[in-house]
Design a protein around this ligand. Structure first.
Ligand code: GCU
Length: 673
């Protein structure tokens, strides 16, 4: 208690000294109307933390923050020190003025920035990979502090910006310093930052702990960075700014009304409390108690609900004829799904083009023709689909084919070394390094069985379209299509699931041109999250001749209103990037959805549709998937195609195995061949 009081008093004095004479010294904290001038001497980690959101948090709270960031990518204390000594103009100086406007000044020296404002606060930090190694701070930090001290107002207060640990699996050689372990890195940063603050009288800005606090919650687990180490533009950067705000101003950030776009409603309070608790306890994680709500699996506890009737128009009139369904009701429903759930995608790009990257007419021991095709969306060829196309060599003409996205890369669907292995360099284009060994996912792709049955198989890696984490859409295809300087999709624009579905349509664009494939007989298939994408692709693109949903669950074939297993709220918080911004309105509010998932299935009618569950896959709500298929069948019946929607369950868990494929192949034999 007493200790904390002294610490607070010292902190306040520091702030007080920093203020210009004309302003009143804050009593307990900064007061509305006060101005605080903050300079970070940093790198990309200070850029993440202070260049956006920090000023705005102040503006929403009546406090003016003038912020400077002395930025050099990957800059270490040693380099800052050398820059100071040599007066080297190497910095990009980002300055946020009192009115919130921002200017970047290239080729700036430390001396220039230090003289630019009567700074109240100056922060120091180490390059991230060395931030858990105290020895690397010396002798540079104290020397740098002396240099700065001589150039700022006497009362200026010095801070240590505690940086955050990387995510597991990140591409960063420096991660080896911590045996590639996030918790090791975090612990090392804690030890080093605590010690440096103690020994040099610095006050900590605990961004590292705030991020770690957030990571421990249901809304932050894998959702804070854009590439494994830099914070994403949504909740990641917001959390760091909240931490700076409270650490610098002493003002409670909880309830601050400033928020950022495309962030889920539960992430805002989570980010604020992650920051708030970190300022209270800077060197150890706090459990914020934001756990996933317990899932319900008990049929008797399902809240009462009424399923919307697909055969009734939004205005209450009945759909009377198949023509009315096709011409009016189907488009009406499709539009609702598009704006409220999956988000609008851009359509077929004008500059779409293909390149044959590899061809082997004698692959799989003479069984297959193997092609790898690059599918490019614009002139920017850095983002593309590498589509693997396998067709039976024995075929006499174009074959029907299955198209599906894979989780781990094309090389993971088979142990066959003829398929190009995604190398380290190739992975770099996905923004994060996740290495999957060859053949890792082969169990799910019975390639030879598919070929033997006379079908082709086409597949691509999900990250080709959009890497699967909440990077605030800085990697992936979204950035190719932003208009008017936008940096993220609007609330009714495509999330990741819609982007994957869009990618499936682009793959079909190619398959229509492949002489070995019958483009009118392509079945789109997907498991789990990729099953959600397959369903949306089938709904939006009537060229798909058949659709397969394997264990697609919540946001796929399962009825949302049942809220069994995974719910809308849970999926939106665990995977904020999957569905569009508008979908977040339905967290714990499924009854207000203007549709339910049986109507998504109905959008595929009368084309053949297989919905499959596994008995132990309770998370995906098998009974809810069956119900959706049964309800969709009413539309199929209405269109005279009742036998074209099929439901099956397999004994076992969340997976797609040869048993399932066999079933899909049989189904395709009946309706597509
Ligand atoms: C998670 C998620 C599901 C998803 C699944 C998968 O379990 O909650 O919605 O279907 O991952 O893609 O395997």
């Amino acid at each position: 208690m007493g200790k904390r009081f002294i610490w607070a008093a010292v902190a306040l004095l520091g702030l007080g000294w920093g203020l210009r004479a004309a302003e009143t010294v804050p009593a307990a904290e900064l007061q509305p109307g006060d101005t605080l001038r903050v300079l970070a001497i940093g790198n990309s980690f200070s850029m993440d933390a202070v260049e956006q959101n920090l000023h705005e948090l102040g503006a929403a709270d009546g406090v003016v923050l003038i912020v400077g960031d002395m930025y050099i990518g990957g800059c270490s204390l040693e380099r800052h020190y050398n820059n100071a000594r040599g007066d080297i103009a190497d910095y990009e100086y980002c300055k946020v003025f009192a009115d919130g406007s921002k200017v970047r000044r290239p080729k700036t020296t430390l001396a220039y920035a230090l003289a630019d404002e009567p700074w109240d606060c100056v922060s120091f930090q180490q390059v991230s990979q060395e931030s858990g190694r105290y020895d690397s701070f010396l002798p540079y930090l104290p020397e740098l502090m002396k240099y700065v001290r001589a150039r700022v107002p006497a009362g200026a207060k010095f801070y240590w910006h505690q940086t955050w640990a990387y995510e597991g699996g990140v591409v960063h050689d420096g991660f080896a310093n911590y045996d590639r372990s996030q918790s090791k890195m975090y612990n090392a940063i804690m030890e080093a930052s605590e010690r440096v603050c103690r020994e040099y009288g610095l006050t900590v800005i605990p961004s590292g702990t705030a991020i770690q606090n957030l990571r421990g919650t249901a809304v932050g687990n894998d959702n804070v960075t854009r590439d494994g180490f830099h914070l994403n533009n949504t909740v990641g950067r917001y959390t760091a700014a909240c931490t700076w705000y409270e650490a610098l101003t002493g003002r409670n950030v909880l309830g601050n009304r400033y928020t950022v776009a495309y962030i889920s409603p539960e992430q805002v309070p989570a980010a604020q409390s992650a920051a708030h608790e970190a300022v209270r306890k800077p060197f150890a994680r706090t459990d914020l108690g934001i756990a996933r709500p317990e899932a319900n699996y008990d049929e008797s506890r399902i809240p009462p609900y009424t399923l919307p009737d697909p055969l009734t128009f939004a205005d209450g009139k009945k759909v009377l004829t198949p023509e009315q369904w096709m011409a009016r009701r189907r488009p009406e429903l499709l539009k609702l799904f598009e704006t409220e759930m999956y988000g609008k995608a851009p359509g077929r790009p004008e500059k779409l083009h293909f390149k044959l990257l590899k061809r082997n007419d004698n692959a799989f021991g003479g069984k297959a023709v193997l092609k790898e095709v690059g599918i490019y969306f614009t002139d920017n060829e850095s983002q593309y689909i590498r589509l693997l196309v396998l067709t039976p060599k024995a075929a006499k003409g174009p074959v029907p084919a299955f198209l599906g996205i894979n989780f781990m890369g094309n090389h993971a669907i088979s142990t066959n070394e003829e398929i190009t292995m995604i190398g380290r360099d190739e992975y770099a284009r996905f923004g994060r390094y996740e290495e999957y060994p060859r053949g890792e996912n082969a169990r799910r792709w019975p390639v030879e069985m598919i070929l033997d049955r006379g079908y082709g198989l086409a597949t691509f890696f999900r990250s080709d379209i959009d890497p699967d984490w909440d990077d605030s859409f800085v990697n992936g295809v979204h950035r190719l299509f932003y208009k008017n300087g936008k940096l993220h999709p609007e609330d009714d624009e495509w999330g990741t699931v819609a982007a994957w579905a869009w990618g499936l349509s682009r793959a079909l664009d190619y398959l229509e041109t492949d002489a070995d494939v019958d483009g009118t007989k392509v079945a789109v298939l997907g498991h789990s999250r990729l099953g959600k994408a397959a369903l949306w692709a089938g709904a939006t693109d009537p060229r798909f001749a058949m659709v397969v949903s394997n264990c697609s669950g919540c946001g796929g074939a399962a009825i949302s209103r049942r809220a069994v297993g995974e719910t809308v709220r849970v999926i939106n918080n665990s995977f904020p990037h999957w569905f569009c911004g508008n979908f977040k309105k339905y967290n714990d509010n499924e009854g207000f959805l203007p549709f339910d998932q049986h109507e998504l299935l109905a959008l595929i009618a009368p084309r053949p549709l297989c919905v499959a569950s596994a008995t132990q896959d309770a998370w995906a709500d098998p009974a809810g998937e069956k119900l959706a298929a049964d309800e969709a069948r009413k539309v199929y019946d209405f269109l005279g195609a009742g036998d074209r929607v099929q439901y099956h369950t397999r004994e076992g868990g969340h997976d797609i195995v040869a048993y399932d494929w066999n079933y899909y192949l049989d189904f395709a034999d009946r309706f597509v061949r």
